[in-house]
Design a protein around this ligand. Structure first.
Ligand code: ZN
Length: 346
């Protein structure tokens, strides 16, 4: 221990905390203290692992990324939900113990939800007015996806109004830059995430690198000029990947460049956890929000949510600590290398 005077007034005891900057280093720390520290750290880890085991945490498990399109009174396509159906979709997620996280947070492994809860990612494609329409005071119109989501979150504390909106040039039906800016800034101010869905909703399959990159960079340019934001993720129109998958991940047009953290497909399974080796940021699966009928008997949201409920060992369950990646020891071979330091097997 050394005593040091700072500013002539306060007495500061400097010990092990500054080892390395004073030169004397380790020999200043009594051996017993080091052993005690290690013992305390080990004990804390044992306690964290026990807490994780108690809630059957599985942060290498699967996560449903739900894909919504329009929320309208009279559905005309297989992708539309009515406001009542959308509300029921959300209420089911509440009952099943899900908490929404944005696509941006998901791909970056920022899954900060309570112990025992499961993450769900809510994504909205095509930036239609049925998702977001604001009145002149900036209040979402009742019946829009955003209004319903905020209402369900308000009535169910702990269920967050978090979602990602994949925008094209047609931003929520707005035509002027000012109105588009209003919509994007409102989403940003209210904690929502904005993703890239290409300027013209282009099918990227078979397109040249130049076409792919200019379609994506153009949205990046729009969102940054209108609302000072860069999308972290992209949803591929029709779920179609370009010839070289990485073109959707990073590229540029003139002086505008983009570098995404993840690219989403349009089907048909839950996604691996971002901490799992099987997670592929170039093609993250999503699940269409639809009842268990017709071609949705197996591969849309009701069917998959039933499956995850009936197979809890497959589902991502949080330990409540965003600093660790907790899982049953048996799954250890699946931890992605870049998260190994955070691993908490039990
Ligand atoms: Zn689309």
């Amino acid at each position: 221990m050394r005593l040091r005077f700072l500013g002539g007034a306060s007495l500061v005891v400097v010990g092990a905390m500054v080892a390395g900057c004073g030169g004397s280093g380790d020999e200043a720390v009594p051996a017993k203290a080091k052993i005690d520290d290690a013992a305390v750290m080990k004990q804390a880890k044992v306690a964290r692992a026990a807490a994780a085991a108690k809630v059957k945490a599985n942060e290498l498990g699967q996560v449903p990324v739900l894909m919504f399109h329009r929320v309208v009174d009279h559905p005309t396509t297989q992708d539309d939900r009515t406001p009542a159906q959308f509300r029921a979709d959300l209420e089911r997620l509440v009952r099943d113990g899900y908490v929404p996280v944005s696509a941006a947070d998901f791909v970056q492994g920022k899954i900060n939800i309570p112990a025992g809860k499961h993450p769900v990612v809510l994504t909205f494609d095509d930036s239609s007015p049925s998702q977001l329409t604001l009145d002149e005071m900036g209040v979402p119109r009742p019946g829009t996806a955003v209004a319903i989501l905020q209402d369900v979150a308000k009535k169910n504390p702990g269920f967050k109004a978090a979602a990602t909106f994949y925008v094209t040039r047609d931003m929520f039906g707005k035509t002027t830059p000012e109105e588009k800016a209003q919509a994007l800034l409102w989403l940003k101010d209210n904690g929502f995430d904005i993703g890239n869905h290409t300027l013209d909703h282009m099918n990227l399959r078979g397109k040249s690198q130049k076409d792919v990159e200019s379609q994506i960079a153009a949205v990046q340019k729009l969102t940054s000029s209108l609302a000072y934001l860069s999308p972290v993720t992209l949803a591929l129109p029709y779920g179609n990947q370009p010839k070289n998958k990485s073109w959707a991940m990073h590229g540029k047009l003139g002086n505008v460049s983009y570098k995404h953290g993840g690219v989403f497909l349009a089907g048909y399974t839950p996604a691996p956890a971002p901490f799992n080796k099987t997670f592929d940021p170039l093609g993250i699966p999503r699940i269409r929000a639809m009842d268990k009928k017709g071609d949705c008997a197996q591969f849309c949201s009701t069917a998959w949510l039933d499956w995850l409920k009936n197979n809890p060992d497959q589902r991502y369950t949080s330990d409540g600590d965003p600093q660790t990646v907790a899982f049953p020891k048996f799954k250890a071979p699946f931890v992605a290398k870049q998260f190994a330091a955070k691993a908490l097997p039990y």
